[in-house]
Ligand binder design. Structure first.
Ligand code: BES
Ligand code: MN
Ligand code: ZN
Length: 501
């Protein structure tokens, strides 16, 4: 899809189709009013006929309108003007895509970007449009034999910008939106791939390809031997139940000066989580192929970063392995020694995420980072607490937490903070080791973060539990690409005014 921004008078447009909004009840948007004038009140008549009230999501395709150059018009209902927020805007874009899908329109000019979305300036609307469009046309069908039906015949879209003065800003929005969309797509594809294809070595290869395709990016992959030399006993203990060897993937992006401290992103890369000896129930176990979505979001964010060439140093660290039951697997009661030297009693082999993350977090210390953010599908408890609307956020640094919450709001990819109080630490007591890897039934998301906090005392650190937001279940089953928008926004925010929309 080729998207561009232009200032184009609505009546002289020669495209195959123009996209125009109508508010409830029967209220033409500014661009639609202009066409109404040029066509001697034709749109007004149509609306009076009762076929287009402006109800949210309604669409009507019109042909051969006199007084304009475009071949068709697509009217899209936007609901009540006073309720027109980013959610409604997304719905409208979705409805437009749906209608275009059933047409043969290949090039269109959209005037929906001119609609007044609550709290969104033009550039922000352009970005939202681009992200939503790309999200809509994503389809994972590379493993189906019949995969040649196109999601949308449309291949050229112009987003209208009201005044030429705003073009520069709109172009930046298009660039940022496209880069984030690309990162989201990367994360979704990796997430949707099955565990027998997306293995730890597949993730490593993908990281290598990604780095090759981007400027200022390089990758290092640490194998079993090197992990042993680093004494990553917790990480290795999870991997040893699997035939797939573990990999620690380290991606470095150097967009700033040598002395600029990096931001480190650590992503949980369990390519399949069976639970291990503490095996999971069979129902929906297939969804545990998504247990590498934290890793996928790190790779996706690196893609966005590479596209935008942001003036930052960022390191992505991905511990990748499978969690499987096996004669050689971790057993409940086993005690392992982490890279930090702290010992851990593995009371439940299904609490494996924290075991691989703790060593990756310790490893991150060598980069002397200004902030470390880990992203993990860590606890089912987080899905119970927050559902699929927001990820959980826990941090040992309130400033960092605030920045992430703000980035979540800007990108509509939300994070909600939970307390990381000392009181919860007691639940991790072990009779035989420095700590247990589980903290009992209560506050599962918090005790998981408490566990990680024991490995981040020297760091400014935040943890995003994405168990609820990383994928959807049911008939829309598939990866969402979250929280690539949040992470990308956080990085953009570190770059100052130049990247502010
Ligand atoms: N990957 C799972 C968490 C998960 C479960 C995410 C369901 C999304 C949906 C994680 O490794 C896990 O199994 N966590 C356990 C921890 C428990 C044993 C303390 C859980 O949440 O049940
Ligand atoms: Mn698990
Ligand atoms: Zn897991």
């Amino acid at each position: 899809m080729e998207i561009s921004v232009k200032t184009t008078p609505v009546t002289s447009q020669r495209a195959a189709c123009l996209l125009l909004g109508v508010f409830e009840r029967r209220k033409l948007s500014a661009a639609a009013q202009q066409i109404d004038k040029a066509s001697n009140g034709y749109l007004g008549k149509i609306i009076k006929s009762g076929d287009m009230d402006g109800k949210s999501g309604q669409t009507l395709m019109l042909y051969n309108i006199s007084g304009i150059n475009a071949k068709r018009l697509l009217l899209i209902g936007c609901g009540k003007e006073k309720d027109f927020d980013h959610k409604q805007f997304r719905k409208v874009i979705h409805a437009a895509n749906q209608a275009l899908k059933n047409s043969s329109v290949r090039d269109a000019v959209s005037y929906l970007t001119d609609l007044p979305v609550k709290d969104h300036n033009l550039a922000q609307r352009v970005r939202l449009y681009v992200e939503t469009l790309h999200h809509d046309i994503y389809k994972f069908d590379q493993l189906k034999s019949n995969n040649n039906d196109h999601p949308l015949p449309l291949n050229k879209l112009v987003l209208n910008v009201d005044t030429p003065r705003q073009l520069k800003h709109a172009r930046l929005a298009l660039e940022i939106g496209s880069a984030i969309a690309e990162g989201v797509k990367t994360a979704r594809e990796l997430g949707d791939l099955p565990g027998n294809i997306c293995t730890p070595s597949y993730l490593a290869q993908t990281a290598q390809k990604t780095a090759k395709a981007q400027k200022k990016m390089k990758v290092k992959v640490l194998k079993q031997r090197e992990l042993q030399a680093l004494k990553m006993g917790a990480f290795l203990s999870v991997a040893k139940g699997s035939r797939q060897p573990p990999h620690l993937i380290v991606i470095e992006y150097n967009g700033a000066g040598k002395d600029d401290k990096p931001i480190v992103l650590v992503g949980k890369g369990i390519t399949f989580d069976s639970g291990g000896i503490s095996i999971k129930p069979s129902a929906a176990m297939d969804e545990m192929k998504f247990d590498m979505c934290g890793a996928a979001s790190v790779l996706g964010t690196m893609v966005t970063l590479g596209k935008l060439q942001l003036p930052l140093n960022v390191v992505g660290i991905i511990p990748a392995c499978e969690n499987m039951p096996d004669g050689n697997a971790n057993k409940p009661g086993d005690i392992v020694t982490s890279m930090s030297g702290q010992t851990i009693e593995v009371l439940n082999t299904d609490a494996e995420g924290r075991l691989i993350l703790c060593d990756a977090l310790t490893y991150s210390e060598q980069f002397k980072p200004k902030a470390v953010i880990d992203i993990a599908t860590l606890t089912g408890a987080c899905v119970i607490a927050l559902g699929k609307h927001t990820c959980g956020l826990l941090s040992n640094n309130d400033t960092l937490a605030e920045k992430l919450i703000a980035a979540g709001k800007t990108s509509h990819d939300y994070a909600w903070q939970l307390p990381l109080w000392d009181e919860y630490q007691e639940q991790l007591k072990s009779n035989f080791a420095d700590m247990a890897n589980i903290g009992g039934r209560e506050a599962g998301t918090i005790t998981a973060a408490c566990f990680l906090s024991r490995f981040t005392e020297k760091l400014k650190w935040a943890h995003l539990d994405i168990a609820g937001v990383a994928w959807e279940s049911g008939n829309k089953k598939g990866a969402t690409g979250r929280p690539v928008p949040l992470l990308s926004q956080y990085l953009l925010d570190q770059c100052g005014k130049k990247y502010k929309l």
